[in-house]
Design a protein around this ligand. Structure first.
Ligand code: AMP
Length: 255
């Protein structure tokens, strides 16, 4: 019998809970077998209380059993790299890559206009028509959140990816998210740079070419990040949003 799987989600803040004055500190989610559940809950509590953004004083941990029939899988998209030295080089490389994937010039320009005019980070991603550049999500600073995904086999992931410098929580979370997004119903491409002030690397993701890591895409110290999901013209946004938020996806390692 396949082991029972559990979703474990954590979010933490400082100075109160989210929405009532608290400042967001960290969030994380994993999908783990029953025998790793307790260890995972402890690891998340620790993460919230030793985070570089501060020591959270409000921590929520949510645990839920996952039904096997609700699980989908998709492959981990392959990683390739574009070496850039400055923000402008990086953004130029990202634009070129998006055009190569098949996003229209109008949509590429619209996406950069949207992201570059943000004064504060959004919580989720902008959804954009990859042909017209029209913004399809209507939730201003929230955007569409991608959730409920993890590696099918984290130990195998770590064993394969550590030597490529892609081991550890942050690279794994970004790659797993980018894989779920790339295999979303209607996704053409994704564009991302982080809101972590010390993390200047970004990426362009797609099912066509994989995870195109761009070494420098913003200035050091810049706390504003963002994501855009480019979708096929005519994509049903409600269905897309539902897949991103609710569909459980386990990401398989390739051969
Ligand atoms: P991060 O890579 O976590 O620094 O996030 C960069 C930006 O991506 C954030 O400012 C959000 O706009 C967006 N983002 C972060 N997490 C998610 C998510 N789970 N789903 C969709 N967008 C996200």
């Amino acid at each position: 019998m396949t082991p029972l799987l559990y979703s474990v989600k954590m979010r933490s803040s400082l100075g109160g809970s989210h929405g009532v004055g608290g400042r967001h500190i960290s969030g994380a989610e994993r999908i783990v077998p029953e025998d790793g559940l307790e260890e995972q809950v402890i690891a998340m509590l620790r993460r919230a209380r030793t985070h570089e953004r501060g020591r959270a004083d409000f921590i929520q941990v949510k645990v839920g059993e996952i039904k096997e029939k609700d699980i989908m899988t998709c492959p981990l998209i392959p990683v390739y790299q574009m070496d850039t030295r400055t923000k402008s080089e990086g953004r130029k490389a990202a634009k070129k890559e998006l055009l190569r994937i098949g996003v229209s010039k109008a949509a590429v320009e619209s996406a950069f206009r949207e992201l570059e005019s943000l004064t504060d980070s959004m919580r989720g991603a902008i959804v954009m028509d990859a042909v017209t550049g029209e913004r399809l999500d209507d939730r201003a600073e929230r955007g569409v959140r991608c959730s409920n995904m993890d590696c099918e086999d984290t130990a195998l992931y770590e064993a394969r990816m550590a030597e490529k410098g892609l081991g550890g929580d942050h690279p794994r979370e970004a790659l797993v998210l980018a894989s779920k997004v790339a295999y979303g119903p209607g996704t053409v491409a994704e564009l991302c740079w982080s809101d972590d002030p010390d993390y200047v690397t970004g990426y362009v993701g797609s099912k066509k070419f994989g995870y195109g890591r761009i070494t420098v895409m913003k200035d050091m110290g810049d706390p504003v990040g963002g994501r855009v999901f480019f979708v096929e013209h005519g994509t049903d946004v409600a269905r897309y949003d539902d897949y991103m938020q609710n569909q459980v996806v386990l990401v398989r390692m390739g051969e």
